[in-house]
Design a protein around this ligand. Structure first.
Ligand SMILES: *Cc1c(COP(=O)(O)O)cnc(C)c1O
Length: 234
């Protein structure tokens, strides 16, 4: 078995254990494999191990990989999620190639994605990013801005508001992680009540997935634990 296959199995067991530990059903938690900076060979190994949903942070790198796998004779049924900061001048590529965008933080970008979604493709699934730790340097909106942005996004024809995403400030203490993720879960439940199509709470990465799942995450975004450390210097 390859290292990536083994790592994937290991991550899936960690998800199962975290879910069972809080009496949740493991199938409620989708594993998004974050493949940014990793070559197509590494992604192919993950596909061989049964992984189908992948997250990418850089638009052009993601589009290149999407096109590479679309051209393979196997006809893989992959689902690609854009999870990086999105600039207006790159929105068209995201609208044309991805199934999901996790980083909606302003009405203008959601409007562009809706306008640019090609006719014949299903609506782009979008998540509003919350700056839950209120860090100056991080993208995302503060929770008080959520009702207005959610209403604006939900009104657009070619995007579907599916929920919320967050990247909390790094924190080693499990209880502290849990406290932050619980704020996200409260906001998610309130949003879901208002918009019945909302079903996705994207939170939890390699170092905090257990707390995220305990707090109600439905999608964990895992890179390092599957593909190993990233080398940005290349
Ligand atoms: C890189 C990245 C991840 C994966 O982080 P790991 O710690 O490697 O699991 C998840 N979400 C986002 C938004 C990322 O940019």
């Amino acid at each position: 078995m390859s290292t990536i296959q083994q790592s994937l199995q290991n991550v899936r067991s960690r998800i199962d254990a975290a879910a069972q530990g809080c009496e949740r059903i493991p199938q409620e938690v989708t594993l998004l494999a974050v493949s940014k900076t990793k070559p197509v060979e590494a992604i192919a190994e993950a596909i061989a191990a049964g992984q189908r949903a992948f997250g990418e942070n850089y638009v052009q790198e993601g589009v290149d990989k999407i096109q590479y796998f679309a051209q393979q004779p196997e006809g893989y049924d992959l689902e690609w999620h854009f999870i990086g900061p999105l600039q207006s001048n790159k929105s068209k590529l995201v609208a044309e190639h991805f199934s999901w965008c996790h980083t909606i933080d302003r009405q203008r970008i959601a409007q562009r994605l809706s306008d640019q979604r090609p006719v014949g493709m299903p609506p782009l699934n979008v998540l509003i990013q919350i700056n839950i730790s209120d860090e100056q340097s991080k993208s995302g909106i503060v929770l008080s801005e959520l009702p207005a942005l959610a209403a604006a996004v939900a009104a657009l024809p070619n995007v579907t508001l599916r929920g919320l995403m967050a990247i909390p400030a790094p924190e080693e203490d499990y209880q502290q992680q849990l406290a932050v993720f619980r704020q996200m879960h409260d906001a998610f439940l309130a949003l879901k009540q208002r918009y019945p199509q909302v079903d996705t709470l994207s939170m939890g990465m390699t170092d905090d997935m257990a707390a995220a799942i305990a707090a109600g995450s439905t999608m964990v975004r895992i890179g390092t634990a599957i593909f190993g450390a990233r080398n940005y210097a290349q």
